[in-house]
Design a protein around this ligand. Sequence first.
Ligand code: ADP
Ligand code: TRP
Length: 325
Amino acid sequence: MRILTGIQASGRPHLGNILGAIRPAIELSKNPANESFLFIADLHTLTSLKDGRILRENTYAIAAAWLACGFDADKNFFYRQSKLAGYHTELMWYLNCFTPFPMLANGHSFKDKSEKLADVNAGLFTYPVLQAADIMLYDAHIVPVGKDQRQHLEMTRDLGGAFNRQYGEDTLVLPEAKIDEAVMTIPGIDGAKMSKSLNNYIDIFLNEKDLLKVVKKVVTDAKALEDPKDPETDNVFKLYSLVANKEEIEEMRANYLAGGYGYGHAKNALHAVLIREFAEEREKFEYYMNHIPELEQKLQEGEAKAEQIAKVTISRIRKKMNFDD
Ligand code: ADP
Ligand code: TRP
């Protein structure tokens, strides 16, 4: 099976991305029956982020995070969309000519973004068509994504279906979305869904001091040190429960219920457990960020491998369209 997913380079990866997306995708990629295509959707990111310096920094940070979390770039396909832009945008153009205007105009994500953002550009509008091209360019079977991407996958199948009706059923492979309803929503420091856009995220790759500053900002109620506390409703305890081991969780629960244990203590414990549980990832992340040429090399190798696949698909499609013999 070919498994494919794209990640925008809109910021550094946070604890929510790691527990909700990166780790589950790496688990899937470990199955020897699967080939995983993992790419950084930097062309998509351009719809909202124009500063090339920041875009590149984010791209490296995301690539470093995936490698640090154990993604095997040698066995799989690991690349930047922009480095294969010719193939991605060529297929996108073909699909554009099969895309009914209302399909895009009524897209949830487009409607939502066009209400919120000041810059409503054509890239934002045709975003789902580029995504459909990203997927079908590699004949992907399975696309693991979050719930918010369900409609983009439906559009991909609709576009692929329309294309195949014109040029033959064996032209494009129609992918299935894999939406894991069971994946929990990781709460942010304010208890709402952890997200870059809400600025409530924990960047576990920060240095120890800055990480502590973020952990200290986790929102709690105003109970005094001596008061008993409710573990079920507290954000520090919720976050701690996601990373600590069973005994540690039970110990903290008992401390909360007994009183005489303050939120400051709990925050120090959360900080310590984040550092301990992500020790290897933090070290590897730091290594790659300090060895960018090595990261570049891995990406370039991935891009050369991915190009071999993209070339074959595009040439098959062009023949079907009668552009080539
Ligand atoms: P953000 O909301 O910070 O912009 P993205 O939309 O870039 O995050 O999400 C990238 C991936 O990480 C998606 O697959 C998404 O489902 C997952 N993810 C993001 N935030 C969380 C969270 N708080 N809990 C679980 N998964 C998350
Ligand atoms: N739109 C996806 C997101 O915002 C990113 C993405 C781009 C993607 N191309 C893709 C995801 C192809 C899966 C497959 O999360």
